[in-house]
Design a protein around this ligand. Sequence first.
Ligand SMILES: [Zn+2]
Ligand SMILES: [Zn+2]
Length: 142
Amino acid sequence: MIKSKYVSRTHASNSWPEIPRPAAAFDAGRQQYRGGALLEELERRDIAGADRVVGLIDADVYAPGLNFIFGQAMKPGRFAVVALPRLRARPERVLKVTVHELGHSFGFAHCSDTNCVMRFANAVGDLDRQGFRYCALERRPR
Ligand SMILES: [Zn+2]
Ligand SMILES: [Zn+2]
């Protein structure tokens, strides 16, 4: 399992109610949801007491300028979304994207370290090559 202290110190809950997919976030022409609109929906339905809220959606998601995205986060912010369809063949991919998006929520940028979880990935092969951890750059004191 994940040994990262960032993850192991986190209390995660999956007991929150399911949120209906927001129709306004769906692009019928693309048959995809727009990530930014999903983040806005999470913000509207904020969960009291949660430091971070990660929405999982079982639908394909895009951002303007990209054919699809694995996830998106407010940077920095409290809300992130992870799209499952392209990831679910290997559950560790879901975990990596979640850790990556949480990193953005803490203000981390993309990283050039090939093993770093903050490396930009736009193919599952990229995800499989990168690690689960933030590298020394993100872990440095700020
Ligand atoms: Zn990213
Ligand atoms: Zn890094």
